[in-house]
Design a protein around this ligand. Structure first.
Ligand SMILES: O=C(O)CCC(=O)C(=O)O
Length: 304
Protein backbone atom coordinates (compact mmCIF):
# COMPACT_ATOMS: atom_id res chain seq x y z
CA UNK A 1 0.00 0.00 0.00
CA UNK A 2 1.35 3.45 -0.86
CA UNK A 3 1.25 5.91 1.98
CA UNK A 4 0.31 9.51 1.13
CA UNK A 5 2.61 12.03 2.68
CA UNK A 6 0.66 14.92 4.17
CA UNK A 7 1.14 18.35 2.56
CA UNK A 8 -0.07 20.00 5.74
CA UNK A 9 2.29 21.09 8.47
CA UNK A 10 2.56 23.49 11.38
CA UNK A 11 6.03 24.85 12.01
CA UNK A 12 7.27 21.99 9.82
CA UNK A 13 5.57 19.30 11.95
CA UNK A 14 3.50 17.16 9.53
CA UNK A 15 -0.22 16.96 10.27
CA UNK A 16 -1.77 13.59 9.35
CA UNK A 17 -4.51 13.88 6.70
CA UNK A 18 -7.05 11.96 8.80
CA UNK A 19 -7.03 14.70 11.45
CA UNK A 20 -8.16 17.33 8.94
CA UNK A 21 -11.90 17.64 8.31
CA UNK A 22 -14.14 20.03 6.40
CA UNK A 23 -15.78 23.00 8.10
CA UNK A 24 -19.60 22.87 8.10
CA UNK A 25 -20.99 25.36 5.61
CA UNK A 26 -23.78 27.62 6.93
CA UNK A 27 -26.25 29.31 4.61
CA UNK A 28 -27.55 32.83 5.13
CA UNK A 29 -31.02 31.37 5.52
CA UNK A 30 -29.86 29.19 8.48
CA UNK A 31 -30.29 30.13 12.12
CA UNK A 32 -26.79 31.62 12.24
CA UNK A 33 -26.76 32.39 15.96
CA UNK A 34 -27.68 28.79 16.68
CA UNK A 35 -24.92 27.43 14.39
CA UNK A 36 -22.38 29.80 15.93
CA UNK A 37 -23.24 28.70 19.47
CA UNK A 38 -23.23 25.04 18.48
CA UNK A 39 -20.00 24.94 16.43
CA UNK A 40 -18.11 28.02 17.69
CA UNK A 41 -17.82 29.27 14.10
CA UNK A 42 -19.74 30.06 10.92
CA UNK A 43 -18.29 29.23 7.53
CA UNK A 44 -20.22 31.00 4.78
CA UNK A 45 -19.43 30.90 1.09
CA UNK A 46 -20.06 33.57 -1.56
CA UNK A 47 -20.80 36.38 0.84
CA UNK A 48 -18.60 38.98 -0.87
CA UNK A 49 -18.62 40.05 -4.50
CA UNK A 50 -15.82 38.21 -6.34
CA UNK A 51 -15.16 41.40 -8.35
CA UNK A 52 -14.62 43.39 -5.14
CA UNK A 53 -12.27 40.73 -3.79
CA UNK A 54 -10.26 40.80 -7.02
CA UNK A 55 -9.98 44.61 -6.90
CA UNK A 56 -8.76 44.45 -3.30
CA UNK A 57 -6.29 41.65 -4.06
CA UNK A 58 -4.92 43.45 -7.13
CA UNK A 59 -4.54 46.71 -5.22
CA UNK A 60 -2.56 44.99 -2.45
CA UNK A 61 -0.40 43.01 -4.89
CA UNK A 62 0.39 46.13 -6.95
CA UNK A 63 1.77 47.73 -3.80
CA UNK A 64 3.83 44.64 -2.95
CA UNK A 65 5.08 44.59 -6.55
CA UNK A 66 6.13 48.25 -6.28
CA UNK A 67 8.34 47.37 -3.32
CA UNK A 68 9.82 44.46 -5.28
CA UNK A 69 8.26 41.63 -3.28
CA UNK A 70 5.98 40.24 -5.99
CA UNK A 71 7.09 38.85 -9.37
CA UNK A 72 5.56 39.75 -12.73
CA UNK A 73 2.69 39.48 -13.45
CA UNK A 74 1.81 41.05 -10.12
CA UNK A 75 -1.73 39.62 -10.06
CA UNK A 76 -0.46 36.03 -9.60
CA UNK A 77 0.96 37.10 -6.23
CA UNK A 78 4.18 35.08 -6.43
CA UNK A 79 6.83 36.07 -3.90
CA UNK A 80 10.06 37.35 -5.50
CA UNK A 81 12.30 36.56 -2.53
CA UNK A 82 13.44 40.21 -2.57
CA UNK A 83 12.29 43.45 -0.99
CA UNK A 84 12.92 47.16 -1.40
CA UNK A 85 10.39 47.99 1.29
CA UNK A 86 12.85 48.91 4.02
CA UNK A 87 14.90 50.99 1.59
CA UNK A 88 11.83 53.03 0.68
CA UNK A 89 10.34 53.07 4.20
CA UNK A 90 13.35 52.96 6.53
CA UNK A 91 11.62 53.38 9.90
CA UNK A 92 9.10 51.22 11.76
CA UNK A 93 6.74 54.21 11.68
CA UNK A 94 6.98 54.55 7.88
CA UNK A 95 6.56 50.81 7.37
CA UNK A 96 3.42 50.99 9.52
CA UNK A 97 2.07 53.91 7.46
CA UNK A 98 2.69 51.98 4.22
CA UNK A 99 0.67 49.03 5.59
CA UNK A 100 -2.00 51.38 6.97
CA UNK A 101 -2.46 52.98 3.54
CA UNK A 102 -3.08 49.60 1.94
CA UNK A 103 -5.24 48.40 4.84
CA UNK A 104 -7.43 51.50 4.72
CA UNK A 105 -7.79 51.55 0.92
CA UNK A 106 -11.30 51.83 -0.49
CA UNK A 107 -10.64 48.64 -2.44
CA UNK A 108 -10.08 46.58 0.71
CA UNK A 109 -12.67 48.37 2.86
CA UNK A 110 -15.37 47.80 0.23
CA UNK A 111 -14.89 44.10 0.97
CA UNK A 112 -14.16 43.84 4.68
CA UNK A 113 -16.48 46.63 5.88
CA UNK A 114 -18.94 46.53 2.97
CA UNK A 115 -22.67 46.07 2.94
CA UNK A 116 -22.68 42.31 2.32
CA UNK A 117 -20.65 41.45 5.42
CA UNK A 118 -22.35 44.15 7.53
CA UNK A 119 -25.78 42.73 6.63
CA UNK A 120 -24.55 39.29 7.56
CA UNK A 121 -23.42 40.46 11.00
CA UNK A 122 -26.74 42.29 11.52
CA UNK A 123 -28.40 38.99 10.74
CA UNK A 124 -26.23 37.23 13.34
CA UNK A 125 -26.56 39.83 16.11
CA UNK A 126 -30.14 40.82 15.18
CA UNK A 127 -29.22 44.46 15.74
CA UNK A 128 -27.16 47.29 14.25
CA UNK A 129 -23.45 46.46 14.21
CA UNK A 130 -20.10 48.27 14.32
CA UNK A 131 -16.65 47.09 13.27
CA UNK A 132 -13.15 47.84 14.49
CA UNK A 133 -11.48 50.46 12.31
CA UNK A 134 -8.28 48.44 12.60
CA UNK A 135 -7.89 45.53 10.17
CA UNK A 136 -5.38 42.69 10.25
CA UNK A 137 -4.20 42.37 6.67
CA UNK A 138 -1.83 39.42 6.24
CA UNK A 139 0.58 38.49 3.46
CA UNK A 140 2.08 35.13 4.40
CA UNK A 141 4.95 33.64 2.42
CA UNK A 142 6.00 30.02 1.97
CA UNK A 143 6.96 28.25 5.17
CA UNK A 144 5.16 30.62 7.55
CA UNK A 145 2.18 29.95 9.82
CA UNK A 146 0.20 31.82 12.49
CA UNK A 147 0.45 30.54 16.05
CA UNK A 148 -2.36 28.69 17.77
CA UNK A 149 -4.48 31.03 19.89
CA UNK A 150 -7.84 32.36 20.96
CA UNK A 151 -8.59 36.02 20.22
CA UNK A 152 -9.77 37.00 23.71
CA UNK A 153 -6.41 38.13 25.25
CA UNK A 154 -5.69 40.31 22.22
CA UNK A 155 -8.91 42.38 22.19
CA UNK A 156 -10.82 42.10 25.46
CA UNK A 157 -11.21 45.73 26.58
CA UNK A 158 -14.60 46.29 24.97
CA UNK A 159 -17.52 43.93 24.67
CA UNK A 160 -17.37 40.15 25.00
CA UNK A 161 -19.93 40.01 22.19
CA UNK A 162 -17.14 40.41 19.67
CA UNK A 163 -16.74 38.21 16.60
CA UNK A 164 -13.75 37.72 14.33
CA UNK A 165 -14.14 37.44 10.60
CA UNK A 166 -11.41 35.87 8.46
CA UNK A 167 -11.57 36.77 4.79
CA UNK A 168 -9.38 35.12 2.14
CA UNK A 169 -8.48 37.58 -0.62
CA UNK A 170 -7.86 34.95 -3.29
CA UNK A 171 -8.39 31.23 -3.51
CA UNK A 172 -6.33 29.57 -0.77
CA UNK A 173 -5.93 25.83 -0.94
CA UNK A 174 -5.49 23.78 2.21
CA UNK A 175 -1.74 23.47 1.62
CA UNK A 176 -1.36 27.23 1.10
CA UNK A 177 -1.56 28.31 4.74
CA UNK A 178 -5.32 28.33 5.40
CA UNK A 179 -6.80 29.11 8.78
CA UNK A 180 -8.09 26.14 10.79
CA UNK A 181 -10.33 25.86 13.80
CA UNK A 182 -10.02 23.11 16.38
CA UNK A 183 -13.29 21.25 16.60
CA UNK A 184 -15.34 21.99 19.75
CA UNK A 185 -12.60 24.23 21.13
CA UNK A 186 -15.11 26.97 22.03
CA UNK A 187 -16.17 24.65 24.88
CA UNK A 188 -12.69 24.01 26.32
CA UNK A 189 -12.79 25.40 29.85
CA UNK A 190 -9.07 24.96 30.60
CA UNK A 191 -8.04 27.07 27.62
CA UNK A 192 -10.68 29.68 28.44
CA UNK A 193 -9.63 29.94 32.09
CA UNK A 194 -5.96 30.18 31.18
CA UNK A 195 -6.57 33.30 29.07
CA UNK A 196 -9.66 34.87 30.64
CA UNK A 197 -7.86 37.51 32.71
CA UNK A 198 -5.00 37.93 30.26
CA UNK A 199 -4.41 41.15 28.29
CA UNK A 200 -1.32 40.89 26.09
CA UNK A 201 -0.70 44.64 26.22
CA UNK A 202 -0.70 44.69 30.05
CA UNK A 203 1.15 41.49 30.86
CA UNK A 204 4.26 41.08 28.74
CA UNK A 205 5.44 38.05 30.71
CA UNK A 206 2.80 35.73 29.32
CA UNK A 207 2.34 35.14 25.59
CA UNK A 208 -1.10 35.49 24.02
CA UNK A 209 -0.83 32.29 22.06
CA UNK A 210 -1.16 28.69 23.25
CA UNK A 211 2.17 27.10 24.14
CA UNK A 212 1.03 23.48 24.02
CA UNK A 213 2.04 21.78 20.77
CA UNK A 214 -0.95 21.92 18.44
CA UNK A 215 -0.96 18.23 17.57
CA UNK A 216 -0.61 17.29 21.26
CA UNK A 217 -3.61 19.49 22.05
CA UNK A 218 -5.64 17.91 19.24
CA UNK A 219 -4.85 14.43 20.60
CA UNK A 220 -5.47 15.45 24.23
CA UNK A 221 -8.90 16.84 23.37
CA UNK A 222 -9.76 14.16 20.76
CA UNK A 223 -10.33 17.05 18.40
CA UNK A 224 -9.82 17.66 14.67
CA UNK A 225 -8.55 20.43 12.44
CA UNK A 226 -11.50 22.01 10.63
CA UNK A 227 -10.73 23.90 7.45
CA UNK A 228 -11.41 24.00 3.72
CA UNK A 229 -10.09 25.07 0.35
CA UNK A 230 -11.15 28.71 0.55
CA UNK A 231 -12.47 30.63 -2.45
CA UNK A 232 -12.83 34.39 -2.99
CA UNK A 233 -16.17 35.38 -1.46
CA UNK A 234 -15.92 33.03 1.56
CA UNK A 235 -15.69 34.10 5.18
CA UNK A 236 -15.03 32.32 8.44
CA UNK A 237 -16.53 33.87 11.56
CA UNK A 238 -15.78 32.79 15.12
CA UNK A 239 -15.97 33.87 18.74
CA UNK A 240 -13.27 34.99 21.13
CA UNK A 241 -12.71 31.53 22.67
CA UNK A 242 -12.53 29.39 19.54
CA UNK A 243 -9.00 27.99 19.18
CA UNK A 244 -7.50 28.63 15.75
CA UNK A 245 -4.24 29.03 13.88
CA UNK A 246 -2.93 28.47 10.40
CA UNK A 247 -1.09 25.70 8.64
CA UNK A 248 2.29 26.50 7.12
CA UNK A 249 2.02 28.00 3.69
CA UNK A 250 3.38 25.01 1.74
CA UNK A 251 2.72 26.54 -1.66
CA UNK A 252 4.37 24.80 -4.59
CA UNK A 253 4.22 27.97 -6.72
CA UNK A 254 5.54 30.61 -4.32
CA UNK A 255 2.07 32.14 -3.91
CA UNK A 256 1.68 34.59 -1.05
CA UNK A 257 -1.34 33.86 1.17
CA UNK A 258 -3.41 37.05 1.32
CA UNK A 259 -6.19 37.38 3.87
CA UNK A 260 -7.65 39.93 6.20
CA UNK A 261 -9.25 39.57 9.60
CA UNK A 262 -11.77 42.07 10.94
CA UNK A 263 -13.95 42.29 14.03
CA UNK A 264 -17.66 43.08 14.37
CA UNK A 265 -19.84 43.67 17.43
CA UNK A 266 -23.28 45.06 18.32
CA UNK A 267 -23.29 48.84 17.84
CA UNK A 268 -24.70 49.36 21.35
CA UNK A 269 -21.75 47.63 23.07
CA UNK A 270 -18.48 49.32 24.18
CA UNK A 271 -15.59 48.98 21.72
CA UNK A 272 -11.96 48.20 22.56
CA UNK A 273 -10.42 51.67 22.08
CA UNK A 274 -7.14 50.26 20.78
CA UNK A 275 -8.82 49.25 17.55
CA UNK A 276 -11.35 52.03 16.97
CA UNK A 277 -11.36 55.51 15.48
CA UNK A 278 -8.84 57.19 13.22
CA UNK A 279 -5.23 56.00 13.51
CA UNK A 280 -6.02 53.17 15.95
CA UNK A 281 -3.22 52.63 18.44
CA UNK A 282 -3.52 48.80 18.25
CA UNK A 283 -1.02 46.69 20.19
CA UNK A 284 1.70 48.52 22.08
CA UNK A 285 0.53 51.82 20.57
CA UNK A 286 2.29 50.77 17.36
CA UNK A 287 -0.65 51.16 15.00
CA UNK A 288 -0.28 49.12 11.83
CA UNK A 289 3.39 48.50 12.50
CA UNK A 290 2.36 45.94 15.15
CA UNK A 291 1.52 43.55 12.32
CA UNK A 292 4.19 41.19 11.00
CA UNK A 293 3.06 41.88 7.43
CA UNK A 294 3.98 45.55 7.86
CA UNK A 295 7.63 44.52 7.70
CA UNK A 296 9.32 43.39 4.46
CA UNK A 297 8.20 39.87 3.55
CA UNK A 298 11.88 38.87 3.36
CA UNK A 299 12.11 39.56 7.11
CA UNK A 300 8.97 37.73 8.24
CA UNK A 301 10.23 35.23 10.72
CA UNK A 302 6.90 34.79 12.50
CA UNK A 303 3.38 35.71 11.45
CA UNK A 304 1.78 37.69 14.32
O1 LIG B 1 -4.65 34.70 9.14
C1 LIG B 1 -3.94 34.28 10.05
O2 LIG B 1 -2.88 33.71 9.83
C2 LIG B 1 -4.35 34.47 11.47
C3 LIG B 1 -5.71 35.03 11.62
C4 LIG B 1 -6.20 35.03 13.02
O3 LIG B 1 -5.57 34.56 13.89
C5 LIG B 1 -7.46 35.62 13.35
O4 LIG B 1 -8.25 35.91 12.46
O5 LIG B 1 -7.71 35.81 14.56
Amino acid sequence: MTKTISSYSINKQLIPNHLIKELNVSKISDDLKHNLLKDGYLFIRNIYSKGDIKNAKDFILKHLHKVGEVKDPYYDGIFSGLSLRRKIYPTKFELGKFWQKISESNQLRKVINGKEITNLFENIFKEKVAHFSFAWLRAVIKGKASPLHIDHPYMNRGTDKLLSCWTPLSSIKKNEGVLFILKNSHNWQDIKENFLEHDIDLNHNKPGHILENTLDLVFRKKSFFLTSNFEPGDCLIFGMFTVHGSFDNNTTTGKIRLSCDTRFQPYSEPMDHRFSGENPSAHGGLGYSCLTSSTPLTENVKNK
